[in-house]
Design a binder for this molecule. Sequence first.
Ligand code: HEM
Length: 413
Amino acid sequence: MPPSLPFAFAERRATAQPRDAAFYQDPYAFYTALHGHSPSFVWENYGHWCFAGFKEVSALLRDKRFGRQILHVASREELGWPPPNPLTRDFDLTEKYSLLSLEPPDHTRLRMLVNRAFVSRNVEQLRGRIEALANELIDAFEGSGRVELLKNFAAPIPAVVIAEMIGVPRDMAMQLVAWSNRMVQMYIFGVTEATMLDANQASIEFMDYVRTLIAERRRQPREDLLTHMLTAGEDGQKLTEEEVISTTILLLNAGHEATVHTTGNAVKTILESGLDARSLFATAGQTEATVEECLRYDAPLHMFTRYALQPVELEGGIELRKGDVIGLLLGAANRDPRRFSHPDRFDPFRADGANVSFGAGIHFCIGAPLARIELQTALSTLFRRLPTLRIGELPHYNNVYHFHGLERLVVEW
Ligand code: HEM
């Protein structure tokens, strides 16, 4: 391997520094090498097994011997973990009862109670609202000939939509984005104490705000998801106040972060491809296929981890102890040459586009139908309204490897 590449291999081990700009600007070079070398490997910098193959990632996401949580089957002492960090007490509290931190039976109960709002036939009704919002945002900058698209278009759409669904006033939407941006800093590799304190402070402010909103809804119920979460379910199946707070914050955060970055990555991909945008959004079916290919080609979330809930032996003699972590590389699985023909080619007309960008198994993205409608509507409206759209400044990806999104996207027309 030439020394200039930001990664190296030996046996079934690989080294690649997630904080190295050369790496996170283009993790795909690493993935291509992995697929040719050893798609199941120990990633030295993380110190655990990782999986890049499509088949392996899909299967492990569904494998009940693994969980996003381990503390329901083992104590911290047993796992050799240090006590919880007091600096992130409030941040940890926002996550404690969220769907992403729970496993059955609690996960099943919580997911059932919020799922109804997100099923396709319900979110389908939002298409008109999303289109109006997209048009309104484009109206505001159309005359300028140049705009930073993430802040002025990609972020407000999913933020306003999820805020309105939950019952948060629209003028609070961008405040939610600000809290969420500070909180997701906790997921960067090698997080500093200053970041922890800031993320914790953002969590305190966010929780206080949601508590005020909950008190309002208890006094005066409305037709919104927050009221639904407070009232839904039989006795014993109801959500506790902590669960409502955690779920609200998770929905508000997850409800925009990944969609914003998918929009930015998609616009960049389409413009760089040189393909005629009119053909990519010519029909409803083609628009769906284009969005799927954008999700496959440049996914916004590249790695999720799981804990082995019991000792597990995987194919290839991989032995895991209870509590061991594995990394599932969604961005790499989407480029697996064993699954996709010409995986590194952006081809919105391909027939084999089904990807793992929304995950799989019990934690499969609850917002996938909503995100798809948001992306289909936002992208088709943008390219219809601004047919001469082009990139105005060379875009760069954020320095957080597994949240693969752009810092800024300046476009002109
Ligand atoms: C393009 C946009 C999106 C992408 C790529 C995405 C991706 C994902 C992925 C990969 C997971 C599974 C994580 C795991 O298995 O460890 C997930 C879970 C989740 N997503 Fe999304 N998401 C997107 C948009 C949304 C939206 C719009 C919402 C909100 C309404 C949302 C809410 C959630 C929630 C609540 C979970 C946890 C589900 C559970 O644990 O049962 N996501 N998402």
